[in-house]
Write a protein that binds this ligand. Structure first.
Ligand code: PLP
Length: 395
């Protein structure tokens, strides 16, 4: 490939080609195959009135390594463009600040990442924004929760940690009729398995910390927009808040993205094997994985996504105490707060990711005290099952 050429990866049919090449071309100065880490605060102006000639002025508002990642994510999600952030929560915060004013109302899934819930209930309420958390598994609940001042519908599907699904197309339809933007957190499935914009959503959002980067190396976030004006409004907030992604993190994420589909396929295959094993174990109850026939929303899981991901959960007979013993007895699985990486992780959502959510609300949303969340990695499924078995057998 010539250094000034880039394959037309945006229009190529195959996702697997786009995830490797989109956004990146050989460096025109050195020929380096990877976009360099442009570790620079500022960009030298040609003259007083020509400082934006190359598109960059200051790295808080834009950076070439970050742009390469944004272009790649757009090529994977669709839409008109993307913006990357310091974390997933920076992405969520910026979207909400761009779309909501004092006196406005937003409708959210009753099961969302604990940090999203905390942002709404502990921060944005102080600025006069009102929220309704509804069971978005039934789109009718979304329609019924809308008010004259509703300015945002925010869904997360599959939701963290219960894996409840929202019908993206049905909710987007409701949103469109009322001209309300529908933002969908697509972190659990990635654009390889699910593309919210194709289903009618206005924004697809990610914690790139999870499957996109995929190696427990960096925290980051992204949004991809269907509409130019919405993208610019969100970028404006990002610049004001100062929460752009760093070039180093963009570099790591560009490398992680290249194996996203391959990792997802392998991790999802592992997850199905583990879910099948857990369903046969007497101590494991309510095993929940979208790839299982017993999954309550199996038809929707199969129709709106092309894969089921590597997240699952179950409850241990004996409640919280047994759950704690189980986690202490695991050797290969790490007890930790992340998900989506190549290392398999186990999380106790109630004391970790959703600790700030009031118990009553948690119970209504199905986030029970004994819920054990598994993020299945790339290790051998046999080894992962053997470790779970020895820990479960000792309870
Ligand atoms: N969205 C989902 C579904 C998450 O699980 C998380 C974090 O766990 C976030 C957003 C927030 O991302 P970050 O931790 O990168 O801020």
């Amino acid at each position: 490939m010539n250094t000034d050429q880039q394959p037309d990866v945006k229009t190529r049919a195959d996702f697997k080609t786009r995830e490797v090449h989109a956004g990146v071309r050989p460096d025109p100065v050195t020929g380096a195959i990877l976009t360099p880490i442009y570790q620079s605060t500022t960009y030298v102006q040609e003259s007083v009135d020509k400082y934006l000639d190359k598109g960059y002025s200051y790295s808080r508002s834009g950076n070439p390594t970050v742009t390469a990642l944004e272009d790649r994510i757009t090529a994977l999600e669709g839409g008109v463009g993307s913006a990357c952030f310091a974390t997933g929560m920076a992405a969520t915060s910026s979207v909400m600040m761009a779309m909501l004013n004092a006196g406005d109302h937003a409708v959210l899934s009753d099961v969302v990442y604990g940090g999203t819930h905390r942002l709404c209930t502990r921060i944005l309420t102080r600025f006069g924004v009102d929220y309704s958390f509804v069971d978005t598994a039934n789109p009718k609940n979304v329609a019924e929760a809308l008010r004259n001042n509703t300015k945002l519908i925010f869904t997360e599907t599959p939701a963290n940690p219960t894996l409840k699904l929202t019908d993206i197309a049905a909710v987007s339809e409701i949103a469109k009729v009322k001209d309300i933007p529908h933002v969908c957190d697509n972190t659990f499935l990635t654009p390889y398995y699910q593309r919210p914009l194709e289903l009618g959503a206005d924004i697809s959002l990610h914690s790139t910390t999870k499957f996109m980067e995929g190696h427990n190396v960096s925290v980051g976030g992204s949004i991809t927009a269907a509409d130019e004006a919405q993208l610019e409004a969100i970028k404006f907030v990002r610049n004001c808040l100062g929460c752009n992604m760093s070039p180093m993190v963009a570099f790591y994420t560009l490398q992680g993205c290249k194996t996203m589909s391959t990792r997802l396929e392998a991790q999802s295959a592992n997850a199905l094997k583990i879910a099948n094993f857990l369903e046969t174990h007497a101590i494991a109850e309510r095993v929940t994985y979208p790839g299982l026939d017993s999954f309550p929303q199996k038809a929707l899981a199969d129709s709106q996504a092309s894969g089921h991901g590597s997240m699952l959960w179950f409850e241990v007979k004996g409640g919280m105490e047994s759950g704690k013993k189980l986690m202490a007895g695991l050797q290969l699985w790490s007890l930790a707060e992340n998900l989506g990486s190549v290392e398999s992780l186990v999380t106790h959502s109630v004391t970790m990711t959703h600790a700030d959510m009031p118990r009553e609300q948690r119970m209504t949303a199905g986030i029970t005290d004994g819920l054990v969340r598994l993020s299945v990695g790339l290790e051998s499924a046999d080894d992962l099952i053997a470790d779970l078995k020895q820990a479960l057998d000792r309870l």
